[in-house]
Design a protein around this ligand. Sequence first.
Ligand SMILES: NC(=O)c1ccc[n+]([C@@H]2O[C@H](COP(=O)([O-])OP(=O)(O)OC[C@H]3O[C@@H](n4cnc5c(N)ncnc54)[C@H](O)[C@@H]3O)[C@@H](O)[C@H]2O)c1
Length: 312
Amino acid sequence: MFHNILITGGAGFIGSNLALKLQKEYPNSKILILDDFSSANFKNLKGFKGIVYSCDVSTDEVFFKIEDFKPDVIFHLASITDTTVTDQEYMMRRNVDGFKNVLELAYDNESIVVYASSASVYGNVREKVPLKEDREKSPENVYAFSKYIMDNLAQEFAEKTSLKIVGVRYFNVYGPREAHKGKFASMIYQLYLQMKSGQRPRIFKWGEQKRDFVYVKDAVDATILAAKAPRSTVYNVGSGEATSFNDVIKYLNQALGTDFEPEYFDCPYDFYQEYTQADMTKIKEELGFVPRYSIQRGIKEYVDILEGRINE
Ligand SMILES: NC(=O)c1ccc[n+]([C@@H]2O[C@H](COP(=O)([O-])OP(=O)(O)OC[C@H]3O[C@@H](n4cnc5c(N)ncnc54)[C@H](O)[C@@H]3O)[C@@H](O)[C@H]2O)c1
């Protein structure tokens, strides 16, 4: 049971889904959100009953913003999520320095920390195998590098303190409350928008690239469970399945009742990840976590929500 829950980045995509789920699961807990609204939408928090402060966690502001709110647990999701940012100083300051502040805050309050890592730390993997947490890392851009350094920082901080610091290494998350991310929203959402507007869905030739897509509700459940982890470590959070872009379009067609053919175009990148798949053994064994949503079910539910056919 958590009394005081702090969520950074709580007005963003995963953070808002997490805040609303925690509110439901722990109705007697207090939830405080810190978010600088750089990539967020207040509308994501419709129905949220707690407090929200605008705050850049990479500044000292974070230490006085929370006043006497002593969090038992901090879910740290605040991060630059625009993976095309090339300003290295900016990315590192916001993501790594921001995390360091959060760790110091946790130390002062003896809080459990769950933070968002990213599958991007694995880099351009060439073999088509499920990725295990301890495989070698090869961050290819400064976003991935910042997440990789956050993992190192978490490990070092946990070793020198008795804090519990748990990383959740998200794969490709999709689902409600991601529209504010624009071109950084999931590919599933982008393809949905194209098909909704009557266009053929555009994907790179020949659509056989595969990704591990995980529905946000599963990502949130895994994140909450991570707070109860037996030790400081990092867990993959994916679906455990790799789905081709062609199949994503097939499932979107099924959910929308359409029959669009993909429009293929040349991939403009020198190297593009052909395949990602999370190895989910560790999180299953240590936390008992098994995703509830197949890709088909996740897409169906998401489209039903987007189309206003069901409420969550
Ligand atoms: N969505 C995915 O597929 C995915 C995959 C891997 C990792 N992640 C990680 O999960 C976390 C949440 O991502 P998301 O998809 O919800 O993206 P998002 O952009 O919707 O959420 C990030 C939130 O952090 C806030 N923020 C950014 N910098 C901040 C700062 N310095 N101080 C306070 N708030 C700040 C933004 O305003 C936003 O609300 C991020 O850490 C991201 O790196 C997401």
